[in-house]
Ligand binder design. Structure first.
Ligand code: FCB
Length: 444
């Protein structure tokens, strides 16, 4: 399978998952520092204090990206590193770090794609209500302006938010991520304010960073049924996809919330909000990992569906996520058929597997290679069927802090020994090198 001429390859990471340097140079605390410190929230008591020590080892990490042959680097900026209180006084050393990092990318021929928000909200802002506070839109716009003022001359594309759905629903309703709330109404409110923050930031970046691309990143989901699912429950699939996709896609691409969720969103909307959120964007970043299997909720619940285990015959990753490259194809086709075929960049895709390092530190991760073959095939089929997909960025460059699952779940193309911080490219790194060099899947 070959990919179109001009198809681009990159790689993704995020600040809290790799940077570490928690006490360095005036970095402010984030909601994830707080969440990690709360007993029982993160597996093994892991924290982001050291992570991959990327704050000090960034040059080596950029070399690994260049060595892959990737040309796009989607990284994220830690808001509290540049604005320790979230608003007000800036931290010059934090700004200098991202300056050096971006210069380092350009020196290596990498195109910088900064993401302004990959979940690490300054704790000082959470203390003021975080995303449930409508003022968050103003806080975020000011932060976007600060970063545009500093980096606009060198970035290629801006990403406002990574996975706003996860911040809203997992962080505020399910409580499995920071800030750890379990309040459905607060979650809907946070979702709307994140959308509004996105819209405000688009306006700011258009103004201060003319000619650069602007988009946001969503994990676009496909709901699936199980044999015990009843025909009368078919609407639950739609509702699930409206919750996870439509709440974030529809305001941007269609100027409204899906009808099925309007009753939950309406109380948070003020006149003019939908117009602000509806500002044109240049691309959609798509993260995709797994199809979701659904069953009706058994007990009265905030939503009438619940997550079910995938069917037994499906292969799964170490996260328990079903492996299904065809669901990825379907997701890309939903965007083509229901959202006007926007330019799509695949900003994350990958799998966690048990990676056993040999004596030389090498990891022969054939299961990860098989995963990428399956998903790249799904993507190739969607492109052949007309989906406007322009790039692919594996998640992730390095094994890193996998949120509530800690360091045990490894997604990297490069193995990290967290005792010594030694980096060792895995077999999947060599595989991806070949894919990128040939712009095609090697025959296997
Ligand atoms: C995505 C996140 C990313 C990473 C992968 C496995 O939801 O954006 O940070 O944790 O999942």
């Amino acid at each position: 399978m070959r990919f179109p001429d001009g198809f681009q390859w990159g790689v993704s990471t995020s600040s809290f998952q790799i940077e570490g340097g928690a006490d360095d140079d005036g970095r402010g605390a984030s909601i994830w520092d707080t969440y990690c410190a709360a007993p029982g929230k993160v597996a093994n008591g892991d924290t982001g204090r050291v992570a991959c020590d990327h704050y000090h080892r960034w040059a080596e990490d950029l070399d690994l990206i260049a060595g892959l042959g990737a040309r796009i680097y989607r990284f994220s900026i830690m808001w509290g590193r540049v604005l320790p209180e979230g608003v007000g006084a800036t931290n010059p050393k934090g700004l200098d770090f991202y300056d050096r990092l971006v210069d380092g990318m350009l020196e290596r021929g990498l195109k910088p794609w900064p993401c302004l928000y990959h979940w690490d909200l300054p704790q000082a802002l959470q203390d003021r209500g975080g995303w449930t506070n409508r003022d968050s839109a103003g806080w975020f716009a000011d932060y976007a302006a600060l970063m545009a003022g500093r980096l606009a001359d060198r970035v290629e594309n801006w990403v406002t938010f990574n996975e706003p759905s996860v911040s809203a629903w997992v962080g505020h309703e399910e409580g499995r991520h920071a800030p750890g709330l379990t309040d459905p109404r607060a979650a809907a409110r946070a979702a709307h304010h994140i959308n509004l923050s996105h819209g405000r930031a688009v306006a700011v970046l258009r103004d201060l960073s003319p000619g650069k691309g602007i988009g946001f990143v969503l994990p676009v989901h496909k709901g699936r049924t199980l044999p015990q699912f009843q025909e009368r429950d078919a609407h639950l699939i739609r509702l699930y996809e409206d919750k996870w996709n439509g709440v974030f896609l529809d305001p941007v691409y269609k100027g409204r919330y899906p009808d099925s969720v309007l009753d939950r969103m309406a109380e948070h909307i003020r006149p003019g909000d939908m117009e602000e959120i509806n500002r044109p964007v240049d691309f959609l970043g798509v993260n995709h990992y797994f199809p979701t299997y659904l069953l009706p909720s058994e007990e009265p619940a905030s939503w009438p569906f619940r997550f079910a285990e995938p069917p037994k015959y499906m292969r799964r990753t170490e996260m328990g996520w079903a492996i299904d490259g065809d669901a990825f194809r379907e997701v890309l086709m939903i965007l083509k058929d229901e959202y006007g075929n926007p330019p799509v960049h695949v900003t994350e895709n990958g799998g966690a597997f048990i990676d056993v390092a040999g004596p030389d530190g090498r990891v022969d991760d054939q299961d990860r290679i098989a995963y990428y073959r399956d998903y790249l095939t799904g993507m190739g089929r969607a492109i052949a069927a007309g989906a406007d997909v322009r790039s692919f960025m594996p998640w992730s460059l390095l094994d890193n802090f996998e949120w509530a699952r800690g360091y045990a779940k490894r997604f990297g193309l490069v193995h990290v020994d967290f005792q010594t911080q030694k980096r060792t490219p895995k077999a999947s790194y060599r595989f991806m090198q070949q894919v990128i060099a040939n712009n095609a899947l090697p025959s296997g």
